[in-house]
Design a protein around this ligand. Structure first.
Ligand SMILES: [Zn+2]
Length: 579
């Protein structure tokens, strides 16, 4: 036990010199301290072991900033962490340390940036300086502390806590900022043996270490036992019994951070584009729409997530983890239960679109659109290198980003919906068009061939007629379309059982004939269509895959001639004359 002695009241305004009984000085230097924290790299959580010890007594107590050295973290990040901790300590009336403290963060090969480690580093500094009692090592190994400290001693939320909680092993408990507590309920639903505790202030965690209170803020019923040598290990056990983890997790429904989409029935006209959207959703095909401005391209893209199949539980967890790691959960009660739609402006850079980061890769919009829709309006206006960056993820559903410190792999299985005007003025094919034909060609050629090769569906939208413009909406269309999509996807999951193919659009080039089963008449019509239009093998594969999806929408095992005719209208007779 360490005794802190008061000095004369007259010297109150100056920092209080602290003397420690000499026998305890040696004990303090001999102690090993270890705490667990967590960080997020990319979108994955990693546990970090924080080791600390008091190296030597200082001639004169110094501020914790001066007295502490952190190894295993970049100097800039360490400086900022210590500055925040210094402020939070000042709020608690803790100003100086009598000892020099050395802190090591392991493993060394994981980059440690960000503010996730403020809380555990602050706690271990107080342990090393003798302000907090030594705790039972075995119990501490079970606890993970995560949180950023504010200058007023508050524990602030950090992104990606759910990912860190997933890195915890069964039987561990995680102490997180109160604002991150709710998102962690997914971990409890899927691994009930991890306990989650929310905290609002450093003071409450310090008092918890001192045995004065539980983490939920209620006074400890064992305060009288505080001087027992094993009090902390007992306290942990009591806490597990006394505090119901992640309180009221089931009382109020969690909000959905993805806004509801509009109903297809409220979009007037554009039946051909709506049909393309249905095929797009049913087979996971990418889609390009061309049409005059203001005629519904954005509305159709916005409505598309509503007809994609409902998320499975596993997908909900995956998306909530991902959005948490990207810092997209705006408040404590948000999760992701709908498919996301990310609309990206044409001025977006390649790094913003596919992912980037300076030293450590960070996810881009394609990862935020994972399992949902990526909408790129004004498609020809995007930078060429940004669009070319889509080639790998459009095929594989993943993106690999290499940076100086790390190379990371992010999920990016999105449905691309691109939209463009047919010409620079947007009115190509009508009397209003003012573009020369060379300008139109140049504009359309801005989209590279390899990208067009990966977009299965092309559809032209036309200006609405007056009758269409004033026609009544028919709500409920989205629900009907989603039923068709779900049925078509069920057929596909049976077809691809045991294969690594997610849907028709993802059938690998060489295996199209394994999965696209034509009727006799269907095969003859397919061959006729291919020969008459003189299309390339790649386009032929796309035609077969889209025909397969249209047949799935009719629950037809075999591809019939009329499926091929319709598919050809999107694959061959689209915006560009594809060969
Ligand atoms: Zn024009």
């Amino acid at each position: 036990m360490i005794f802190w002695t008061k000095t004369s009241k007259k010297r109150k305004s100056k920092p209080k010199p602290t003397s420690i009984v000499s026998a305890d000085r040696q004990k303090l230097l001999q102690r090993n301290h270890t705490l667990l924290g967590g960080v997020v790299v990319g979108i994955d959580g990693h546990l970090i072991e924080i080791q600390a010890r008091a190296v030597q007594f200082l001639g004169k107590p110094a501020t914790y900033i001066k007295a502490t050295k952190i190894i295993g973290m970049s100097p800039g990040a360490a400086r900022e962490t210590l500055a925040r901790i210094h402020g939070a300590f000042a709020r608690l009336g803790i100003h100086t340390s009598p000892v020099e403290i050395l802190i090591n963060l392991a493993p060394a090969n994981i980059p440690k940036q960000g503010n996730w480690l403020d809380l555990p580093i602050a706690l271990i500094m107080l342990q090393a300086s003798g302000y907090l009692p030594k705790m039972d090592a075995a119990q501490l190994q079970k606890s993970i502390f995560v949180g950023e400290l504010g200058l007023h001693g508050d524990v602030r939320s950090v992104p990606g806590v759910l990912s860190i909680a997933y890195a915890a092993t069964s039987g561990q408990q995680i102490v997180v900022p109160r604002d991150n507590e709710r998102e962690c309920q997914f971990v409890q639903q899927h691994n009930g043996r991890i306990n989650v505790f929310g905290t609002e202030t450093l003071k409450s965690v310090v008092e918890f270490f001192q045995g004065k209170r539980y983490l939920d803020g209620s006074p400890s019923i064992v305060s009288g036992l505080n001087r027992m040598s094993n009090r902390m290990s007992q306290l942990f056990t009591w806490i597990q019994r006394a505090v119901s983890p992640c309180r009221d997790s089931n009382d109020t429904p969690l909000e959905n951070m993805v806004a509801p989409v509009i109903d297809f029935g409220m979009i007037r006209g554009q039946d051909q584009a709506k049909r393309a959207a249905l095929i797009c959703a049913a087979g996971g095909h990418h889609m390009l729409m061309a049409g005059p401005p203001g005629e519904g391209k954005s509305l159709i893209a916005g409505a598309l997530p509503g007809i994609l199949p409902p998320l499975t539980n596993q997908e909900r967890v995956e998306l909530t983890r991902l959005h948490s790691a990207c810092g997209l959960l705006a408040n404590a009660s948000q999760t992701v239960t709908r498919r996301p739609m990310r609309a990206v402006h044409c001025t977006a850079s390649r790094n913003a679109l596919v992912g980037g980061g300076r030293n450590i890769p960070t996810p881009g919009e394609i990862t935020r659109a994972h399992l949902g829709v990526l909408f790129l309006d004004e498609f020809p206006e995007f930078a060429r290198d940004a669009i070319e960056g889509l080639r790998q993820p459009m095929e594989s559903g993943r993106i690999t980003i290499a940076r100086a410190e790390k190379s990371l792999d992010f999920p990016a299985r999105f449905t691309l919906v691109a939209a463009m005007n047919p010409c620079p003025c947007g009115h190509h094919g009508t009397a209003r068009c003012t573009c020369r034909s060379a300008e139109v060609t140049r504009y359309q050629r801005r989209i590279s061939g390899p990208i067009l090769d990966r977009i299965d569906l092309q559809v032209s939208l036309t200006a609405l007629t007056n009758a269409e413009r004033f026609s009544p909406g028919t709500p409920g269309q989205t629900a009907q379309m989603q039923c068709l999509v779900t049925a078509a996807r069920t057929m596909q999951s049976q077809r691809f059982r045991g294969e690594s193919v997610a849907f028709n659009a993802a059938i690998p080039g060489g295996r199209v004939w394994d999965f696209c089963n034509f009727s006799v008449a269907g095969l003859a019509h397919f061959q006729y269509t291919v020969n008459t239009n003189r299309i390339s093998s790649r386009t032929m594969d796309r035609l077969a895959k889209v025909s397969r999806t249209i047949a799935d929408l009719e629950a037809s095992e075999r591809i019939e001639p009329h499926h091929i005719t319709e598919a050809a209208s999107f694959v061959i007779g689209g915006i560009f004359s594809v060969v």
